[in-house]
Design a protein around this ligand. Structure first.
Ligand SMILES: Cc1cc2nc3c(=O)[nH]c(=O)nc-3n(C[C@H](O)[C@H](O)[C@H](O)COP(=O)(O)OP(=O)(O)OC[C@H]3O[C@@H](n4cnc5c(N)ncnc54)[C@H](O)[C@@H]3O)c2cc1C
Length: 481
């Protein structure tokens, strides 16, 4: 069934219709503020929705869903706008923009946190830190909780408290029929299962309720910097030690194209190609165990510089990497799961890194711990058992470099194929990876189970603009733009 395309006059009529019922504001293509509202993280995406409904309440979202359905428009849901492929927007469609819905309510006694569907991770950190609590989430504070949590959510605390979605207590969402429902272990349990990793396929989530955990607020972190010629050896040691570590520590590595001027980076190393290794102690920052462990781990290999510091988690640690991934660059990411990092693979990785002329980094994100102990059947999120995620997170300015840079990243990924596990993080599925969709959900059986849940809640595939779109079994399969 073809999408309805509306002309500017019809879009203006729809805006007037929505303005009557919405407490938030509504923008049509070309209106003042429209271009700012459609700007998202990845400048590779240049989509123009017909209408952007900036919802302020759950009722607004219901009105927007009903309007899109009645006018036959493709709907998309936008939270932080950090989805790599820009599915938060749909060309000619209606964007349900949740950026006005950023309230966070903390019930410190019960360690429960209610988060509106448009919050950024930084909103949650700021509110929970006041109560000595954290909700485990990602590592860049400007990422939206909506896309991140519904796709899984991996971050510094995953080893101790699992994925972001592992900490769901309940979710309020607006379905394709415009109904407001709550999913939890006891209400719509099939949907609750699917929302743990199944992405935005099932409705617009207007509120997340999370279990929070006591922490800090101070965190002990250690960093080590290595010259390129020492990188493979340091990573080999890292790969050997990592699988034996306790859940109380997180340890990630990043092959940086150009080391930024972060406070712990000595002047002569700024701007240099370097391996950065970061250790996070996930327990009492002043404990002897933490002090010794962080010292030991930053000493692996032959660091050119190392430093240890204690800083507030929400206010500082979570924002450390923000300047590294600003909105508006041309980004291409490629993710893979990996269980072993033998020397041969590391030599290839380091040499490919040395050849790249782009900005950004190649990340080795340490997994394991609590996220790996959740039973594979308990949630829709698959592929919990790998030691690391390898992620090429690179960017550049000129559109003329898109083709050659993407090809170079793909070639580096291909060169490492013998060591890569199956699967991909659904939130990282890129433009050119439609063939990895079923893998992103852990194989055909799990994909089909998700597709059956999708058919129960969204038979017509209304919510189809997603990072990793699931077509309802028995429903209509429709192409997204
Ligand atoms: C700089 C950067 C850092 C990242 N760091 C991490 C990290 O540390 N850990 C990690 O796990 N991932 C990380 N990611 C990946 C991230 O999880 C995805 O990009 C995610 O889609 C971002 O969510 P968003 O709300 O910002 O995206 P948006 O672009 O706003 O939304 C993407 C999709 O999510 C769905 N969606 C969003 N909000 C809702 C909602 N309220 N209800 C229903 N559906 C919704 C929609 O389908 C939408 O198309 C990072 C990405 C970037 C760009």
């Amino acid at each position: 069934m073809p999408e309805t395309v509306i002309d500017q006059a019809a879009a203006a009529g729809l805006v007037r219709e929505l303005q009557k019922s919405l407490s938030g504001d509504v923008l049509a293509l070309g209106e003042p503020g429209y271009d700012e509202a459609r700007a998202i993280w990845n400048a590779m995406v240049d989509k123009k929705p017909a209408v952007i409904a900036r919802c302020a309440t759950t009722e607004d979202v219901v009105s927007a869903v009903n309007a899109a359905r009645n006018h036959g428009l493709q709907v998309s849901v936008r939270c932080g706008g950090h989805g790599v492929t820009g599915k938060a927007l749909a060309d000619g469609g209606l964007t349900i923009d949740l950026t006005r819905m950023r309230r966070v309510e903390v019930n410190a006694g019960d360690q429960l946190v209610r988060v509106q569907g448009g919050c950024l991770l930084g909103d949650i950190d700021a509110a929970t830190a006041q109560h000595g609590l954290i909700v485990p989430a990602g590592i860049v504070s400007e990422t939206g909780v909506g896309g991140l949590a519904l796709g899984g959510g991996i971050g510094w605390f995953s080893r101790k408290h699992g994925l972001t979605c592992d900490n769901f207590k309940s979710l309020e969402l607006v379905t394709a029929a415009g109904e407001v429902i709550r999913a939890s272990e006891t209400e719509h349990p099939d949907l609750f299962w699917a929302l743990h990793g199944g992405g935005g396929n099932f409705g617009a989530v207007t509120e997340f309720e999370f279990e929070a955990h006591r922490f800090g607020p101070e965190m002990r972190i250690g960093v080590a910097l290595h010259h390129p010629e020492d990188a493979a050896a340091a990573l080999a040691e890292y790969a050997q030690i990592y699988p034996e570590l306790s859940d109380r520590v997180g340890w990630h590595a990043a092959l940086k194209q150009s080391m930024p001027g972060l406070p712990f980076v000595p002047e002569p190393l700024r701007g240099k190609r370097l391996l950065l290794m970061i250790v996070m102690y996930l327990d009492d920052a002043q404990s002897d165990d933490g002090i010794k462990l962080v010292e030991r781990l930053i000493g692996v290999g032959k660091p050119a510089a190392k430093a240890v510091t204690v800083m507030p988690f929400g206010a500082r640690v979570q924002k450390l990497l923000d300047p590294e991934f600003p909105n508006g660059n041309r980004y291409y990411t490629k993710e893979a799961h990996i269980n072993a990092l033998p020397e041969e693979a590391l030599e290839i990785l380091v040499s490919r890194w040395g050849e790249m002329k782009m900005s950004g980094e190649i990340e080795i994100i340490g997994l394991g711990g609590a996220m790996a102990r959740v039973s594979p059947e308990a949630t829709a999120f698959p592929n919990r058992h790998h030691n690391w995620w390898l992620n090429f997170a690179l960017h550049w300015d000129k559109a003329s470099e898109d083709v050659s840079n993407v090809a170079q990243i793909r070639a580096a990924h291909d060169a490492l194929k013998p060591w890569l596990g199956s699967g991909i993080y659904a939130n990282m599925l890129n433009f050119d990876e439609a063939d990895r969709l079923v893998d992103a959900y852990g194989g055909q059986e799990r994909y089909d189970r998700l597709a059956r849940v999708k058919a129960r809640y969204d038979q017509d595939n209304f919510f189809r603009s997603n990072n990793a779109a699931i077509a309802p079994i028995g429903g209509r399969s429709r192409v997204t733009n």
